[in-house]
Ligand binder design. Structure first.
Ligand code: SG6
Ligand code: ZN
Length: 263
């Protein structure tokens, strides 16, 4: 069955040279969140984010997405609360998006697709000493997912959008400082869904507590168009490929429960 399979199918991208061995297979991400099947859990606390914009370091095109990376050598930018028992350190955020506004998110709500999805990646610094260690372990990572909708221009996002032309090609990196990731969170972070899942790219390890925000943020069509002007390919390659549709296909729930912090 889909849930006992130890392999995942490759996707049409050089990063996915499959079939790939995955450690388990019954806790994969992303998933469709069926709102009426999610279970309210009164024990779920509000999220506590404490981000220091001074830890922001650089932005790079890794050939799959663009990453804004944070200094994670100390507990200066952290996430606590919500479904989490431990303290988690922010290491990077990135997005997934489509070639059109009709799709692009990894998670969906009652099968509804969003044009893009933000992922803020954190690792458990109470239990582990490096991201590389945490990524292999149960309860190692916590990722906040935020859906993007097309509407009015997002002021906070614009500083990021302005930096993208400098990292158009794969493997390009530029300095990027003092960006407060909290400006990309919705106004209400108390309402979210949470479930146990995996990274959505190799190594696909099932180490992630997913926290998907109920509230979306709004960005303009023009801002998303700049995301789409990035390239999967390096400057040396002859055939240049637009960076679009960098999401993983949805994975079976395999009996997992999605909990909600709200009714
Ligand atoms: C993105 O997602 C990033 C990459 C990787 C991947 O595409 O480019 O850095 O992130 C934490 C990590 O390895 C998986 O992260 S995700 O599961 O949050 N989508
Ligand atoms: Zn992601």
């Amino acid at each position: 069955t889909a849930c006992s399979s130890r392999y995942v199918l490759s996707q049409m991208h050089p990063m996915w040279q499959g079939p790939l061995a995955v450690p388990g297979g019954d806790r994969q991400s992303p998933i469709d969140i069926v709102v009426r099947k999610s279970v309210f859990d009164s024990q779920l606390k509000p999220l506590v984010t404490d981000y220091d914009p001074q830890t922001c370091q650089q932005i790079w095109n890794n050939g799959y997405s663009f990453l804004v990376e944070y200094d994670d050598t100390s507990d200066k930018s952290t996430l606590k609360g919500g479904p989490l028992q431990d303290k988690f350190r922010l290491c990077q955020f990135h997005f997934h998006w489509g070639e059109s506004n009709a799709w692009g998110s990894e998670h969906t709500l009652d099968r509804r697709l969003f044009p893009a999805e933000l992922h803020l990646v954190h690792w458990n610094s109470d239990k582990y000493s490096l991201f590389e260690e945490a990524v292999m372990e149960d309860n190692g990572l916590a990722v906040i997912g935020v859906f993007l909708k097309v509407g009015k221009r997002h002021e906070g996002l614009q500083k990021l959008v302005d930096a993208l032309p400098a990292i158009r090609h794969k493997d390009s990196v530029v300095e990027f400082t003092r960006f407060d990731p909290a400006c990309l969170l919705p106004s209400n972070t108390d309402d979210y869904w949470t479930y146990h899942g995996s990274l959505t790219t190799p190594p696909l390890t099932e180490s992630v507590t997913w926290i998907v925000m109920k509230q979306h943020i709004e960005v303009s069509h023009d801002q998303l168009a700049v995301f789409r002007s990035l390239l999967f390919t390096s400057a040396e390659e002859e055939v240049q490929k637009s960076m679009v549709n960098n999401f993983r296909v949805q994975q079976p729930l395999c009996g997992r429960t999605v909990r909600s912090s709200f009714t």
